[in-house]
Design a protein around this ligand. Structure first.
Ligand SMILES: [Cu+2]
Length: 229
């Protein structure tokens, strides 16, 4: 056996052993709407039309031509695992919260930004309890609240100055979640092998769940078709 053969055999062994120890599997899918999609609407601007104009887009139903639903939050129920809490950015831009929906691990921080030349007052509530209430009077203002997303659940975001402004932050105790993009796509990587429920939450369509099995090194698929109740 030449040196090359030994080297190739060692490399193969290394590759196969790393595959055998692959940490969990992934799941990806597409979230669509069943039947006729709700129409994309606009919200009337009541004050500050100088900055906000007369209407802003209603982002409750952001649905593509192929009926793919943006801003759906997909998660693996009953999964346990540690992740690193991060810092979410919540921008007040064009008199809307950007992004409209995001998801976070418990213990994460939130940086609230004001990109508008107008006063905004970001108010974050969970189960009726205020977790952030900050006034941002000037353009370019930035306030970070450390580790403020303490508990899992849906956090509602509103503005005390502009009634039409709303957004959501969905908080999880594990890192196995994702928010669908403009094509309704999501991927959740590195899920420990096991049998779970995979759940989708959408502010307008509500929740749906189904069974899923995750295998080490496996790539599962889970598509959802949402409808209004
Ligand atoms: Cu505002």
């Amino acid at each position: 056996m030449s040196f090359f053969h030994i080297f190739a055999a060692a490399l193969l062994l290394l590759l196969s052993s790393s595959q055998a120890h692959a940490a969990g599997g992934s799941v990806s899918g597409i979230v669509t709407v069943k039947g006729t999609p709700p129409r994309a609407g606009v919200l009337q601007v009541a004050n500050n039309q100088d900055v906000c104009h007369k209407t802003v887009p209603d982002e409750t139903y952001v649905i593509s031509r192929n009926k793919e639903v943006r801003y759906s939050v997909v998660s693996i129920e009953g999964a346990s695992g540690k992740g690193s809490p991060g810092t979410l950015t919540l921008d007040n831009k064009g008199c809307c919260f950007v992004p409209h929906v995001q998801a976070a691990l418990t213990g994460s921080s939130v940086t609230v930004i004001n990109s508008d030349p107008a006063l905004h007052n970001a108010n974050l509530k969970k189960d009726g309890n205020t977790i952030i209430n900050v006034a941002l009077p000037t353009q370019g203002m930035k306030i970070t609240k450390q580790a403020v997303l303490k508990d899992a659940g849906v956090v509602e975001v509103k503005c005390g100055v502009h009634k039409w402004m709303k957004g959501y932050i969905v908080v999880f105790e594990h890192p196995y979640f994702a928010v669908t993009d403009e094509s309704g796509r999501f991927t959740i990587p590195n899920i420990p092998a096991g049998k779970y429920k995979i759940k989708v939450w959408h502010e307008g369509f509500g929740s749906q769940a189904r069974d899923i099995t995750i295998k080490d090194g496996g790539k599962s698929t889970a598509d959802f078709a949402l409808s209004k109740k």
